[in-house]
Ligand binder design. Sequence first.
Ligand code: OSB
Ligand code: MG
Length: 369
Amino acid sequence: MKIKSVELRTIELPLVRPFRTSFGTQNARQLLLMKISTYEGGEGWAECVAMSEPLYSPEYLAGAADVIERFLLPSVFQAGDIHAEEVAHILKPILGHQMAKATIETAILDAQLKMAGISFGSYLGSSKPKIDCGVSVGIAPTIDALVEEVSLYISQGYRRIKLKIEPGWDIEPVRVIRKMWPDMPLQVDANQAYSRNDIELLGKLDPFDLLLIEQPLDEHDVLGHALLAAKISTPICLDESITSLESARDALAIKATTVINIKPGRVGGYLESVRIHDLCVENNIAVWCGGMLETGIGRAANVALASLPGFTLPGDTSASSRFFQRDITNPFVMHDGQLTVPTEPGIGVEIDLDFIEEITSAKKIITAP
Ligand code: OSB
Ligand code: MG
């Protein structure tokens, strides 16, 4: 395939309710969309999961758009005839920027699979038609508000609840939710909000039978997670610290993590995600698919990934309605706590271009030289 042009746009979708984590509060999802067109007449779509500010990851929307235009696309254009499987290698000399790189690889893969008539799921190695859904619940203003929100998700059928925590909002919310729903699969996510001095405090989560605690410490403190894991019984699951196959292998080797959250954007794409999945299957490590408040474009590919056999825990693969009143594709609707894996070629969803135009704040077309 030869890339003819690449359209980059910034869109903004309001969230149905504010989403608060230990790193900040979001009221809207601003994101970068990419559409590539090929000389063969193909088209491929992807969304970049970078957020508007570098609070979850060093990457951020405007920075991703810049590195894509300034460094990544010129390398891709220079490569000429290209397959998705070669993109990571071509972009390797440019360091970091996994989310930006993942966007390009995914858009090319979408175009390639659409041309070949193959769905993301079949290409990646899907083993089931439906996946179990979990939901990520933000830090609430009060315990009552949290109970109300969790009750809503449980009534909608979600099969796993994840509570965002931070110092001062940890033991009490977990105690209350666990008491109300003693059998619900429950986990927590700290997004790096604690330090090695908090081992005793985090140990107080042990009685609540949590599936895992996600990324309690700094992304660079992998050893700290290993020290913590040795002292508490709740399993540790790294998110931010896992940025590649190598980092996953190392974290497993020192027992810093016993479960892994795979987010394709964070690790540079779906192909690296499959490699991490395979590593975990070989080592008997449970994996689940994380989320980044994706629209239907990113969600479609995530749902396909989450249908691989090693994804044995429900992911943050919730329905479109969890975050958005209206999605930019046909919406993902949950039935009995599950989403159906798209089977149409490529990411397998219909793009609502009219709506995308309405919410576009910037658009740029980059043409191959
Ligand atoms: O840490 O998993 C995270 C959202 C943005 C950034 C980081 C995280 C999250 C979530 C939401 O928890 C996951 C979702 O999309 O449902
Ligand atoms: Mg997380």
